[in-house]
Every structure is written in C-alpha cells, then in structure tokens.
Design a protein around this ligand. Structure first.
Ligand SMILES: [Zn+2]
Length: 352
C-alpha cells in the first residue's frame, strides 16, 4: 500500500483567520473502512466560509482540515472496503453513501494531532470513510464531478425532497451561490414558473438566468419584497427557498408565501440569530422546514444527475467559473465573500 508520508493541505488553525497552507503527515496505514484518494478538484462551499467564521459557535476541533465536495482517484483501500477499488474515479461527498463509515484519519501537523472528519478535501490526498465516496464511470469530467459532492446534489435535492416543487408552481431562490444556482436549475427542470432569483450581485444573477431563472432581482439596488409581489401578487408565492440564513430574509419569505406555501431553509443561520414569525398560519397549511444537504442519497442521486449531464439536459460546466491552486485558496475565499466569484470555484490539485 502506497501512502505518501506527507502532503500539502489548507488548515483552519484559528477562526476568522486565513487558512494555513502547510505540509501535513499522513498515517502509515489505512484503517478498516478507510479509502485513500488522490484529490483532483475540490469545490469551496459556503458552509466552509461559515466554518471559518465560526458561524455555529465555538469550534472545539481546531486545528482541522476542511472541504466536503471533490473528485479524485482511489489510490488504496483499507480492509472491508468493497464499493470502490484502487484506480476508480470517485466523487467525494459529505452525505453518507454506501459502505463502511471508517474512522476519521489521524493526520499530524507540526508534531500535533490534526483533526479531519470523515471527509476533508482542501488537501492533496484524503483519507475518507468508504461511505463518503461514490465511484463514477471511467473517463468522467472530473471538474464537473467535483460538483456532485455538494452543490448539485444539495440544490437538486432541495427541489425534489425538501420543497417538492410541482409543475407550474412559483419559486423564489434567495441567494445565487453554487447551491442556489443548482436550485434555480432544478426548479426550471421540474417546470416551476416563475423562477425568481434574488442576489446582491449582478454577475451571479446573470449566471442564474443562464441556468433557467425567469426573473432576476438585485436586492442591493431593488426592494426585493415589492419586486416579488409585482411578479406573483401579495401572499401568493408557492415556494421561498432561503440560502442566506438571515432572519430578516426568512421572515420576509414567510410573509410572501401563500397560506399553503412553503419556506425551505438551506443557508446556515448564525448561532443566536433567531427568527420572529406569527405562527398561526402554520396551523392552517403554511410550511417551513430546514434542508440537510437536500437529503441527498449520493449513490442513488449522483448516477441520475450524471446521466442528465451526459445527455446535455443540465448545465454544470457553466457553474465552474474559476480554478485556483491550493496555495491561492485564501484569495479565492476572499473573492467569494466579496461577491466577485460567480458559480463555483474549484481548487485544482491535479498539477502536483
Ligand atoms: Zn456544501
């Protein structure tokens, strides 16, 4: 078994600080149910920005690795692994798929223990649990494959499993980042109308239109609530999907939806940021619920969506607007925060 002694990785050492790019040592052998993957490309998801910010509160796992969607090639497998083999092209995903949930790897950094969960992808190699990888056909587009780890499966799952949008229903997607754009695309795919994309940045709205949004609202320059009411009427919206986690916007979505409408929460709210709603409409059919990664089932969903991509029925290459080296990850994160980054930015680790 060929496990490299060390690799380059982006490490979260301290909250709200740039990631440290440094050499990390790998364990000498794989444990039961673990898979060693040479990471090719990793997405940067909004939830990692939240982790860096400490959005969910104190982080007792520091220092640790990050990242939860990627593509790569299996280099070695631990005992008991039977769903992937060395040489397989795989999607790495944070939702559980088939196989064993092997223990998180024991990496070392500067002589100390370095934490990583069942998956971490901002690193050249990754030891992940078998149930966090799904094999894809040989010769797949590895750039697009990285998006199946979260952005696509979450976005499509939100429409299919959480919101359960029906043909002709109206949908507002608030926040057009990597996941939001896939929600827009999936809403369009299932025949929703209108599909209204709202975001603070025009460059992201342009991409939303390309992916099927029928109406665009820039909430920095326009009154989003008034504009939405102009399009669908007052209290007449079927679905409000929030990707921001911001209480004021969730409350607005609750008001915009019709008596039988549905608010689906996708964005992670900051710890302690509470919403304030009049709950009586919930007794009469209004619904509000949270999504956990679109409730995606990787080994079932990835092949379905992959088929659609191969048939030219969905756009995914268009979502990849930038590729950066691991060394440039902090610059890429800064660009995501400032809204300069449309779609998904991938960390490309193939050159090493
Ligand atoms: Zn994600």
């Amino acid at each position: 078994m060929v496990i490299p002694k060390s690799m380059k990785a982006a490490i979260l050492v301290e909250l709200r600080k740039p990631l440290a790019i440094d050499e990390v040592q790998l364990p000498a052998a794989l444990d039961i149910g673990q898979v060693l993957v040479k990471v090719h490309l990793s997405g940067i998801c909004g939830s990692q920005l939240g982790e860096i910010d400490g959005a969910k509160g104190e982080d007792k796992f520091l220092p640790h690795l990050l990242g939860h969607e990627a593509s790569g090639i299996v280099e070695a497998i631990g005992s008991g692994v039977k769903h992937v083999k060395p040489g397989d092209e795989v999607v790495m995903h944070w939702r559980k798929g088939l196989g064993i949930e092997g223990a998180p790897p024991k990496y070392q950094w500067r002589g100390q223990k370095l934490n990583a969960g069942w998956i971490a992808t901002f690193n050249e190699y990754a030891i992940v649990a078998e149930n966090r990888v799904t094999a894809i056909p040989q010769g797949s587009d590895m750039e697009v494959a990285a998006l199946f780890g979260c952005a696509v499966t979450t976005g499509f799952g939100v429409i299919e499993n959480n919101a359960q949008v029906r043909i002709g229903e109206s949908v507002v997607v608030f926040g057009a980042g990597g996941v939001g754009l896939n929600i827009v695309q999936a809403a369009n795919l299932v025949g929703a109308y209108p599909v209204i994309a709202v975001d603070l940045f025009d460059n992201r709205l342009v991409l939303a239109q390309d992916l099927g949004a029928t109406h665009l609202i820039n909430s920095k320059t326009q009154d989003a609530k008034a504009e939405i009411e102009k399009i669908i009427g007052i209290n007449n919206l079927d679905h409000f999907i929030d990707n921001t986690g911001q209480p004021a916007l969730i409350e607005m979505g609750y008001q915009l939806t019709k008596p039988q409408g549905k608010v689906t929460l996708v964005g992670v709210p900051r710890k302690g940021s509470n919403i304030n709603i009049y709950s009586l409409p919930l007794h009469f059919g209004k619904r509000m619920s949270g999504s956990q990664g679109g409730e995606a089932v990787p080994h079932v969903d990835i092949p379905r969506y992959h088929n659609l991509f191969n048939a030219g029925r969905i756009k995914l290459s268009e979502l990849i607007t930038e590729k950066v080296s691991l060394e440039s990850i902090n610059d890429a994160i800064a660009k995501m925060r400032s809204g300069q980054m449309s779609g998904r930015c991938l960390i490309d680790m193939r050159a090493q």
